[in-house]
Design a binder for this molecule. Sequence first.
Ligand SMILES: [Zn+2]
Ligand SMILES: [Zn+2]
Ligand SMILES: [Zn+2]
Length: 226
Amino acid sequence: MAYAPLERSRIEGGLCKSCGSPRGDDGTSIRCRRCADEAAEKSQAHRDKMRASRLCIDCRSVSDTAYCGECRDKRSHHRKARKARKEKLGQCYDCTGDRLATTIYCLKHWAENTARNQFRSSSYATQLLELAERQNWKCYYTGQPLTPGLDMSLDHKIAKADPDYPGDFAFDNVVWTTRQLNAVKGAMSAGDFIAFCKAVADNAPGVDGRGYAPDEARTIHLRLAA
Ligand SMILES: [Zn+2]
Ligand SMILES: [Zn+2]
Ligand SMILES: [Zn+2]
């Protein structure tokens, strides 16, 4: 994936690779927003066309899968080599910036990838970072610290199954949580989940003198195991 000299000098100068106008700072890395959207559209149209005619996206040979075996191998080899090279340099997989200790990306590209996975567009990256800032990088429910790439999960306060679910792109319904918390919360809406946690706290053995205190329970368990 080498760039032509003109393209390279534009990219390094903070300009759009395709049209040479300033890139701005809205999440694009080699093109201005307009050219980036155009290129994404073109690429998607090409992919759709190749898929419909059962041709490999890269080499246009007949293929039942998106890429023929040879192109799939080439792509995987390229990805692995790039990953290894970037790791050695301590660089982000997508740019020359420093990578975070917990991911192969810098903060910006971690956010872009998360946005792409979650909302099918990297353009929501800024919103995700701003949300984390507003939460002081702490879990919305537990207040536990959040680490990008390690322990962050997006939760919908009003769950998808709820008839009042405001839609995937309603950002006032989205909060950052730890992965563990989100796994426990599952398909519950925030109110139900908090009531559920209260019920556990109030009723579980070892609380309020009902049932065993945790230490006592452990002693009994050890005695039974012996
Ligand atoms: Zn452009
Ligand atoms: Zn191919
Ligand atoms: Zn980066």
